[in-house]
Design a binder for this molecule. Structure first.
Ligand code: ADP
Ligand code: MN
Length: 252
Protein backbone atom coordinates (compact mmCIF):
# COMPACT_ATOMS: atom_id res chain seq x y z
CA UNK A 1 0.00 0.00 0.00
CA UNK A 2 1.66 3.18 -1.20
CA UNK A 3 0.22 5.51 1.48
CA UNK A 4 1.60 3.24 4.19
CA UNK A 5 5.00 3.15 2.50
CA UNK A 6 4.99 6.91 2.18
CA UNK A 7 4.24 7.40 5.90
CA UNK A 8 6.85 4.81 6.74
CA UNK A 9 9.44 6.74 4.71
CA UNK A 10 8.43 10.01 6.38
CA UNK A 11 8.79 8.43 9.80
CA UNK A 12 12.19 6.96 8.89
CA UNK A 13 13.29 10.42 7.78
CA UNK A 14 12.40 11.61 11.28
CA UNK A 15 14.46 8.77 12.76
CA UNK A 16 11.53 6.52 13.62
CA UNK A 17 12.02 3.11 12.11
CA UNK A 18 8.98 0.89 12.21
CA UNK A 19 10.05 -1.54 9.51
CA UNK A 20 12.95 -2.88 11.57
CA UNK A 21 11.41 -2.63 15.04
CA UNK A 22 9.33 -5.76 15.01
CA UNK A 23 8.21 -8.78 13.10
CA UNK A 24 6.03 -8.64 10.04
CA UNK A 25 2.89 -9.69 11.96
CA UNK A 26 3.20 -6.82 14.45
CA UNK A 27 3.83 -4.42 11.61
CA UNK A 28 0.75 -5.48 9.71
CA UNK A 29 -1.59 -5.77 12.70
CA UNK A 30 -0.47 -2.71 14.65
CA UNK A 31 1.03 -0.20 12.24
CA UNK A 32 -1.79 0.33 9.80
CA UNK A 33 -2.32 3.62 7.96
CA UNK A 34 -4.31 5.33 10.74
CA UNK A 35 -1.69 4.38 13.32
CA UNK A 36 1.27 5.48 11.19
CA UNK A 37 -0.44 8.81 10.58
CA UNK A 38 -1.01 9.29 14.32
CA UNK A 39 2.62 8.38 14.96
CA UNK A 40 3.70 10.82 12.29
CA UNK A 41 1.69 13.62 13.94
CA UNK A 42 3.18 12.88 17.33
CA UNK A 43 6.69 12.89 15.84
CA UNK A 44 5.97 16.11 13.99
CA UNK A 45 4.82 17.71 17.26
CA UNK A 46 8.17 16.50 18.70
CA UNK A 47 6.33 14.50 21.37
CA UNK A 48 8.36 11.42 20.42
CA UNK A 49 11.59 10.97 18.50
CA UNK A 50 12.16 7.22 18.52
CA UNK A 51 10.21 4.00 18.92
CA UNK A 52 12.02 1.13 20.61
CA UNK A 53 11.25 -2.47 21.43
CA UNK A 54 7.99 -4.10 22.42
CA UNK A 55 7.14 -4.29 26.14
CA UNK A 56 3.82 -6.08 25.86
CA UNK A 57 1.26 -7.44 23.41
CA UNK A 58 -2.15 -7.52 25.04
CA UNK A 59 -5.69 -8.31 23.93
CA UNK A 60 -6.38 -4.75 22.78
CA UNK A 61 -3.09 -2.91 22.72
CA UNK A 62 0.63 -3.12 22.06
CA UNK A 63 3.02 -1.31 24.36
CA UNK A 64 6.45 -0.12 23.23
CA UNK A 65 9.25 1.73 24.92
CA UNK A 66 10.10 4.99 23.17
CA UNK A 67 12.01 8.24 23.48
CA UNK A 68 10.31 11.55 24.10
CA UNK A 69 11.25 14.70 22.25
CA UNK A 70 13.59 15.52 25.12
CA UNK A 71 15.14 12.00 24.95
CA UNK A 72 13.58 10.74 28.19
CA UNK A 73 12.10 7.26 28.17
CA UNK A 74 8.39 7.00 27.58
CA UNK A 75 5.83 4.41 26.66
CA UNK A 76 3.70 4.23 23.55
CA UNK A 77 0.46 2.32 23.94
CA UNK A 78 -1.20 1.58 20.61
CA UNK A 79 -4.76 0.31 20.59
CA UNK A 80 -5.05 -2.01 17.62
CA UNK A 81 -7.72 -1.07 15.13
CA UNK A 82 -7.60 -4.35 13.18
CA UNK A 83 -7.51 -6.94 15.93
CA UNK A 84 -8.59 -5.11 19.06
CA UNK A 85 -11.20 -6.46 21.48
CA UNK A 86 -13.69 -3.84 20.45
CA UNK A 87 -16.93 -5.28 21.91
CA UNK A 88 -15.67 -5.03 25.48
CA UNK A 89 -14.65 -1.43 24.85
CA UNK A 90 -18.04 -0.34 23.56
CA UNK A 91 -19.79 -1.78 26.66
CA UNK A 92 -17.71 0.45 28.90
CA UNK A 93 -17.73 3.54 26.68
CA UNK A 94 -21.45 3.63 26.04
CA UNK A 95 -22.33 3.81 29.76
CA UNK A 96 -19.94 6.68 30.40
CA UNK A 97 -21.66 10.10 30.29
CA UNK A 98 -18.35 11.71 29.24
CA UNK A 99 -18.54 9.79 25.96
CA UNK A 100 -22.27 9.59 25.39
CA UNK A 101 -22.26 11.51 22.14
CA UNK A 102 -19.65 9.76 19.98
CA UNK A 103 -20.56 8.07 16.74
CA UNK A 104 -20.56 4.39 17.43
CA UNK A 105 -18.25 2.90 14.84
CA UNK A 106 -15.18 0.85 15.66
CA UNK A 107 -12.57 3.51 15.00
CA UNK A 108 -14.41 6.18 16.99
CA UNK A 109 -14.84 3.87 19.95
CA UNK A 110 -11.12 3.05 19.94
CA UNK A 111 -10.17 6.75 19.63
CA UNK A 112 -12.57 7.61 22.48
CA UNK A 113 -11.07 4.80 24.55
CA UNK A 114 -7.55 6.17 24.02
CA UNK A 115 -8.67 9.65 25.03
CA UNK A 116 -10.47 8.16 28.03
CA UNK A 117 -7.31 6.43 29.24
CA UNK A 118 -5.42 9.71 28.85
CA UNK A 119 -7.99 11.67 30.88
CA UNK A 120 -8.33 8.93 33.51
CA UNK A 121 -4.57 8.93 34.06
CA UNK A 122 -4.60 12.72 34.24
CA UNK A 123 -7.37 12.74 36.85
CA UNK A 124 -5.51 10.19 38.95
CA UNK A 125 -2.20 12.02 38.60
CA UNK A 126 -3.79 15.36 39.52
CA UNK A 127 -4.75 14.05 42.96
CA UNK A 128 -1.27 12.62 43.52
CA UNK A 129 -1.86 8.96 42.75
CA UNK A 130 1.09 6.84 41.53
CA UNK A 131 0.19 6.40 37.85
CA UNK A 132 2.22 7.03 34.69
CA UNK A 133 1.92 10.68 33.69
CA UNK A 134 -0.02 10.90 30.42
CA UNK A 135 1.95 12.98 27.93
CA UNK A 136 -0.12 13.06 24.75
CA UNK A 137 -2.54 11.12 22.62
CA UNK A 138 -3.50 11.05 18.97
CA UNK A 139 -6.20 8.79 17.56
CA UNK A 140 -5.39 5.27 18.88
CA UNK A 141 -2.00 6.14 20.38
CA UNK A 142 -1.32 7.13 23.98
CA UNK A 143 2.08 8.41 25.11
CA UNK A 144 2.83 8.22 28.83
CA UNK A 145 5.67 8.24 31.29
CA UNK A 146 7.84 5.16 31.53
CA UNK A 147 7.47 3.41 34.89
CA UNK A 148 10.78 1.70 35.41
CA UNK A 149 14.50 2.21 35.54
CA UNK A 150 17.33 2.08 32.97
CA UNK A 151 14.92 1.11 30.18
CA UNK A 152 13.61 -1.86 32.19
CA UNK A 153 9.94 -1.53 33.17
CA UNK A 154 9.08 -2.25 36.80
CA UNK A 155 7.57 -5.74 36.99
CA UNK A 156 3.90 -6.43 37.54
CA UNK A 157 2.98 -7.09 41.18
CA UNK A 158 2.26 -10.76 40.34
CA UNK A 159 5.92 -11.23 39.31
CA UNK A 160 7.36 -9.11 42.12
CA UNK A 161 5.30 -9.55 45.31
CA UNK A 162 5.69 -7.10 48.19
CA UNK A 163 7.89 -8.05 51.15
CA UNK A 164 5.23 -7.03 53.67
CA UNK A 165 1.81 -8.27 52.47
CA UNK A 166 -0.23 -6.48 55.18
CA UNK A 167 1.38 -3.17 54.30
CA UNK A 168 0.97 -3.87 50.57
CA UNK A 169 -2.71 -4.72 51.07
CA UNK A 170 -3.32 -1.52 53.04
CA UNK A 171 -1.42 0.45 50.37
CA UNK A 172 -3.63 -0.97 47.61
CA UNK A 173 -6.85 -0.31 49.57
CA UNK A 174 -5.61 3.25 50.03
CA UNK A 175 -5.07 3.58 46.28
CA UNK A 176 -8.57 2.27 45.50
CA UNK A 177 -10.04 4.65 48.10
CA UNK A 178 -8.16 7.71 46.85
CA UNK A 179 -9.01 6.83 43.28
CA UNK A 180 -12.70 6.80 44.18
CA UNK A 181 -12.86 9.64 46.69
CA UNK A 182 -10.32 12.07 45.23
CA UNK A 183 -10.11 11.28 41.52
CA UNK A 184 -13.73 10.10 41.33
CA UNK A 185 -12.77 6.97 39.39
CA UNK A 186 -13.19 3.22 39.66
CA UNK A 187 -10.30 1.35 38.02
CA UNK A 188 -12.49 -1.49 36.78
CA UNK A 189 -9.72 -3.95 35.88
CA UNK A 190 -7.61 -3.96 39.00
CA UNK A 191 -5.43 -7.01 39.50
CA UNK A 192 -1.85 -8.04 40.19
CA UNK A 193 -1.34 -7.61 36.40
CA UNK A 194 -2.28 -3.92 36.36
CA UNK A 195 -0.19 -2.90 39.34
CA UNK A 196 3.53 -2.41 38.81
CA UNK A 197 5.88 -2.83 41.77
CA UNK A 198 9.20 -1.03 41.79
CA UNK A 199 11.10 1.93 43.20
CA UNK A 200 9.68 1.01 46.60
CA UNK A 201 6.03 1.43 45.72
CA UNK A 202 2.98 0.23 43.84
CA UNK A 203 1.81 1.91 40.60
CA UNK A 204 -1.60 1.71 39.02
CA UNK A 205 -1.63 1.29 35.25
CA UNK A 206 -4.06 0.38 32.45
CA UNK A 207 -6.86 2.87 33.13
CA UNK A 208 -8.70 2.80 29.79
CA UNK A 209 -11.72 1.08 31.29
CA UNK A 210 -11.85 3.20 34.47
CA UNK A 211 -15.26 4.84 34.98
CA UNK A 212 -16.69 7.67 37.04
CA UNK A 213 -18.96 6.86 40.03
CA UNK A 214 -22.04 7.84 38.01
CA UNK A 215 -21.47 5.00 35.54
CA UNK A 216 -24.34 2.51 36.03
CA UNK A 217 -21.88 -0.31 36.77
CA UNK A 218 -19.43 1.71 38.89
CA UNK A 219 -20.22 -0.04 42.17
CA UNK A 220 -20.17 -3.46 40.56
CA UNK A 221 -16.73 -2.71 39.06
CA UNK A 222 -15.49 -1.35 42.40
CA UNK A 223 -16.68 -4.47 44.20
CA UNK A 224 -14.92 -6.67 41.63
CA UNK A 225 -11.68 -4.67 42.04
CA UNK A 226 -11.90 -5.21 45.81
CA UNK A 227 -12.60 -8.93 45.33
CA UNK A 228 -9.58 -9.26 43.04
CA UNK A 229 -7.30 -7.64 45.57
CA UNK A 230 -8.74 -9.73 48.42
CA UNK A 231 -8.17 -12.85 46.35
CA UNK A 232 -4.59 -11.85 45.53
CA UNK A 233 -3.59 -10.70 49.02
CA UNK A 234 -5.71 -13.41 50.70
CA UNK A 235 -3.03 -16.00 50.00
CA UNK A 236 -0.44 -13.85 51.80
CA UNK A 237 -2.30 -12.20 54.69
CA UNK A 238 -5.59 -11.59 56.44
CA UNK A 239 -8.05 -9.51 54.43
CA UNK A 240 -11.08 -7.41 55.38
CA UNK A 241 -14.69 -8.09 54.48
CA UNK A 242 -15.38 -7.05 50.87
CA UNK A 243 -18.75 -5.46 51.59
CA UNK A 244 -17.33 -3.46 54.47
CA UNK A 245 -14.47 -2.19 52.32
CA UNK A 246 -16.96 -1.13 49.65
CA UNK A 247 -19.15 0.68 52.18
CA UNK A 248 -16.10 2.39 53.65
CA UNK A 249 -15.07 3.67 50.22
CA UNK A 250 -18.41 4.84 48.86
CA UNK A 251 -19.65 6.00 52.28
CA UNK A 252 -23.05 4.30 52.28
P1 ADP B 1 -3.09 -4.10 28.36
O1 ADP B 1 -4.41 -3.47 28.07
O2 ADP B 1 -2.51 -4.77 27.18
O3 ADP B 1 -3.14 -4.97 29.58
P2 ADP B 1 -1.40 -2.33 29.94
O4 ADP B 1 -1.60 -0.86 30.02
O5 ADP B 1 -1.75 -3.12 31.14
O6 ADP B 1 -2.13 -2.85 28.63
O7 ADP B 1 0.12 -2.56 29.58
C1 ADP B 1 0.62 -3.88 29.35
C2 ADP B 1 1.94 -4.06 30.07
O8 ADP B 1 2.90 -3.11 29.57
C3 ADP B 1 1.87 -3.78 31.56
O9 ADP B 1 1.50 -4.90 32.31
C4 ADP B 1 3.27 -3.35 31.88
O10 ADP B 1 4.10 -4.48 32.06
C5 ADP B 1 3.68 -2.61 30.62
N1 ADP B 1 3.43 -1.16 30.77
C6 ADP B 1 2.28 -0.50 30.47
N2 ADP B 1 2.39 0.83 30.72
C7 ADP B 1 3.64 1.00 31.20
C8 ADP B 1 4.38 2.15 31.64
N3 ADP B 1 3.84 3.37 31.63
N4 ADP B 1 5.65 1.97 32.07
C9 ADP B 1 6.20 0.74 32.06
N5 ADP B 1 5.57 -0.37 31.67
C10 ADP B 1 4.30 -0.26 31.23
MN1 MN C 1 -3.18 -4.59 31.60
Amino acid sequence: DSRIEELDRELSRMGIRIRDTDQRKVRDEVFDEVTLLALYKLANRKVINAVGGSISTGKEANVFIAKRGDDLDCVIKIYRIRTGNFNVMSDYILGDPRFASIRKNKKNIIFAWTKKEFSNLKRALDVGLPVPEPIAFDRNILIMDFIGKDEVPYPQLRLNPVDDPEAGYIEVLGLITDLYQKARLVHGDLSEYNILHGGGKLWLIDMGQAVTPDHPSAHRFLFRDIQNMNRYFGSWCETLDEHEILRGIVGE
